[in-house]
Structure formats: structure tokens, C-alpha cells
Design a protein around this ligand. Structure first.
Ligand code: EPZ
Length: 417
């Protein structure tokens, strides 16, 4: 099993180019199933979850080929509607093929995603909303057997709770439904806007009619399309925090600063000096780190995917902070590992009480989930000596070339088998 060795402490200095967004790429890849024409996708990040989703598409009959930095997907022979457990279990976003398969074939058999370290990851909101489009489903031995005997029929659907995945599944399914669908109480993460822009480019008819409401008129013609996915805002936020926690000086490029305003304002409150240009952020970490209280929330709130990372920074603040995790039920797996490095964090329910003035000490560590693993690297970068991070397959699911990008700005980090 591979591990990462990190030799701290270093102030990160230089430029980092941000890759394409994993969480925009996954629903867009699933949405390519709607088409039986060619789709050309650019700026896909080279990470494990994208590879898994492409394998899932291939198992459904898609023909895929990389041509330089562009993925070509040809679905002229795509005729399978069975998504197996062995592919979906490692990447919960596999459930996103349910919507397009139902839209295209009127029936599908898709494995339930199953839980992961951060929570049980139910899909009840997806299924309840799909039944509003005329879908009947049964759960048999861990699979969703879904069918729409009369095809998908447009309808008014109000999500009982804001869900990124459910919003994406329903947006994709509604594009080929008969008639008009109005989705309300939608998640409005930038990745969802990217998905909508992609679908419009494919010839689908979608329009935001209110902040969290989308009107979709079913079409029956999909064009050949090429599209470039947006930047990864969580990767960008991670490297901004890396600069702040190492008192570094980084230029983060290939991004749109206004999309991550909440993160920028939070880091400014904490004391980092941040200036922005059209596609770049320049951040200079400050020796004095102020405490702030964080509450994760759906976009445009503070992203749950940066909660572990910002917690590392708050460990070094001059006073105590409180971090409230309001999205997932078990997303404090990094706390035990950070405490082993000398942090003093206590948990009560969905709140973490983070004492400040921590001097992290190097240690042998265990990654538990994608974002927790990167928080361990951030902490390790601030300590003298060698830290070892095990189970880094979690990391490889969502961060492209992380060692290369960090080495380029002065980190001493290497992957060992
Ligand atoms: C997406 O997960 C992201 N994954 C997650 O990023 C991200 O943390 C999450 O949105 C929140 O922003 C991808 O985009 C591939 P949700 P998703 O449906 O769609 C509950 C990462 O690190 N819920 O908005 O699964 C759910 O349990 C990953 O890149 C139901 O109860 O998130 C959670 O508590 C981790 N029933 C809350 O809603 C449902 O049917 C939000 O989940 C669906 C969700």
C-alpha cells in the first residue's frame, strides 16, 4: 500500500495551477449517457474517481478515448442500463447514472452506493423525486430496479432537503422527460451550474427561474458537443489554506475568485493577505492567525469539503474556534489523527471545539477519507521532521498530482510504496 512521507516545516512559495473539478466532471460524465452522439470533454482532472466513472460508462457500452487532454465519448452503441456494485461501491457518484439511464431507456438497474467514512450516503431524496417523474422503483439486494412504464413525465418537484446529487440526477433525468419540469429547493453549487451549462450546450432546454428553481422543458434531440469543465474550487481552497497554514506566499491560477468568495473572506478574517485578479488569487499567510467559528452549509455557505482543511489552520489560531459540520453526520474522522499530532480538539455532536496555539508534531498517520487525508498533509507541512500518511488511495480519488504541485512550491514530500 502506498504512503506519503512529508518532511516539514516549509513555507510554500510559488504558483499552483488548479485542475478541472472532480465534482463537476462526475455529473457531466454521467450526463453524456443522454446522447448517442460524440461528446468531447476537456479539463477533466486525472484522478481515480474520474477513472472509475469512465469505467462505469464503458461497462454501460460507452466507447471512450483520450486524445491528448480531451476525452471523447461515443455512445452510438451505448445500450446497457445495469450499473454494477463493484464500480459504484468505490465512488458514490455512480448513482448519478440512474437519471440519464431512465431518461434514455425508461428502465435501469443501478447499485445503491453504500456508505463511506463520512456518512451513510442515502439516496432517498433522489428516488422520491424520480417517482414524481413517473418512475416506479424497488430495492432488491442492494440494487435500485427502476422503471418508467409511460416514460418520464415532466412535473413540479420540491426537494425536501438541499442535495447536490439529487439535484443533479433530477436535472439530467428531466432533460428528456415529456413536458416541463420545475425543480425547486435545488442545490446551487457551481458544479451544478456547470452541469446545466453543459446540458444547454448539448441542446437541452434549461433555465434558472429563481435562485434555487430550475425550469426544464424536455427535448428529444441532443447535439454532438464539446465542453470544458470548470476549475476545482475545493482543490483551490485547499491550496489557499496550505499557504495560510505555512505562512507561505502562493499564486493560485486557473480559477474564478468570485466563485469562492466565502472561502476568501473567511481566510481574510483569519488574517491572510489576499488579492485577486480575473483568474488568479495571490495569498500571503500571516504569522498571527485569528480564530473564527465555521459552520458548513450548502453553497454559497462554507463548503463541507474544506472543513477538515480549515480545522488544521484553526488549530494554529491564537484562540479557540468552533467548527460545526451541518452537512454530513460523521465528518470528523480527521480529528483523532490531528490530536495524535498534538492538536487539542474535542467533539460534541456535530461540533468540534478547536483549541488554538497548536504546535503540530510529526507522526505516522492514517487517511480515512478524501478531504481528511489532505488535512493531514497540511498539518505535516507545519511540523519539523518526517510524517508518514498511510492509505493515500483516499487522496488519489480527488487531488491531481498533489505531490508534484506541492513540491513545485517548496514542500518536501514523496510517495513511497
Ligand atoms: C456531493 O455529495 C459531493 N460529491 C460531496 O463531495 C460534497 O461533500 C456534497 O455534495 C455536499 O456539498 C460529489 O459531488 C461527487 P448531498 P452528495 O446529496 O451529492 C443527505 C468530496 O469530498 N442526503 O448534497 O452525496 C446526505 O447524506 C465529496 O468531493 C440524504 O439524506 O451530497 C448528506 O448528509 C464528499 N438523502 C446531505 O444530504 C439523499 O437522497 C448532503 O448530501 C441525498 C443526500
Amino acid at each position: 500500500m502506498q504512503k506519503l512521507e512529508v518532511f516539514g516545516a516549509n513555507k510554500l512559495k510559488g504558483k499552483i495551477n488548479i485542475s478541472g473539478s472532480k465534482n463537476a466532471s462526475l455529473p457531466i460524465l454521467a450526463a453524456t449517457l443522454l446522447s448517442n452522439k460524440k461528446v468531447y470533454l476537456n479539463n477533466l482532472p486525472k484522478v481515480k474517481d474520474i477513472e472509475t466513472m469512465i469505467n462505469l460508462l464503458k461497462s454501460l457500452g460507452s466507447i471512450t478515448k483520450f486524445n491528448k487532454n480531451s476525452l471523447i465519448i461515443d455512445n452510438y452503441k451505448q445500450n446497457k442500463n445495469f450499473a454494477s456494485y463493484n464500480l459504484v461501491k468505490t465512488m458514490r457518484a455512480g448513482i448519478l447514472v440512474l437519471g440519464p439511464l431512465l431518461a434514455k431507456f425508461g428502465n435501469a438497474k443501478v447499485s445503491l452506493p453504500g456508505g463511506c467514512a463520512i456518512g451513510t450516503r442515502p439516496v432517498d431524496i433522489h428516488l422520491k423525486a424520480l417517482s414524481k417523474l413517473g418512475v416506479k422503483y424497488k430495492i432488491i439486494q442492494g440494487y435500485v430496479h427502476a422503471m418508467a412504464p409511460k416514460g418520464l413525465i415532466g412535473s413540479k418537484i420540491h426537494f425536501s432537503k438541499i442535495s447536490v446529487g439529487a439535484t443533479e440526477n433530477l436535472i439530467i433525468a428531466s432533460t428528456l422527460a415529456k413536458g416541463t419540469t420545475i425543480l425547486s429547493n435545488c442545490a446551487i453549487e457551481p458544479e451544478i451550474k456547470d452541469l446545466v451549462n453543459f446540458l444547454i450546450k448539448m441542446g437541452c432546454n434549461l433555465k434558472w427561474v429563481a435562485k434555487r428553481s430550475l425550469k426544464i422543458v424536455g427535448v428529444n434531440q441532443i447535439n454532438e458537443t464539446s465542453y470544458s469543465v470548470m476549475f476545482d474550487r475545493i482543490e483551490a481552497g485547499t491550496y489557499l489554506i496550505a499557504a495560510a497554514v505555512t505562512e507561505g506566499n502562493l499564486k493560485i491560477k486557473n480559477i474564478i475568485p468570485k466563485i469562492i468568495l466565502t472561502e476568501i473572506n473567511t481566510l481574510r478574517k483569519i488574517g491572510a493577505k489576499i488579492t485577486t485578479k480575473k483568474n488568479e488569487i495571490h495569498i500571503i499567510g500571516n504569522k498571527k492567525i485569528n480564530n473564527v467559528n465555521i459552520k458548513t452549509a450548502p453553497y454559497p455557505g462554507f463548503p463541507t469539503d474544506l472543513q477538515a482543511q480549515i480545522m488544521v489552520l484553526l488549530c494554529k489560531a491564537n484562540k479557540k474556534s468552533i467548527v460545526k459540520e451541518d452537512i454530513f453526520e460523521n465528518r470528523f474522522m480527521h480529528v483523532a489523527e490531528l490530536n495524535r499530532m498534538g492538536a487539542n480538539i474535542s467533539i460534541k455532536g456535530n461540533k468540534a471545539f478547536v483549541e488554538g496555539n497548536t504546535k503540530f508534531a510529526a507522526a505516522e498517520l492514517m487517511a480515512t477519507d478524501l478531504r481528511a487525508s489532505v488535512s493531514l498533509i497540511l498539518a505535516a507541512l507545519t511540523t519539523k521532521g518526517k510524517s508518514v500518511i498511510n492509505r493515500i488511495y483516499h487522496l488519489d480519488r480527488g487531488y491531481e498530482n498533489i505531490e508534484k504541485k506541492l513540491k513545485k512550491v517548496g514542500a518536501k514530500i514523496r510517495r513511497v510504496n
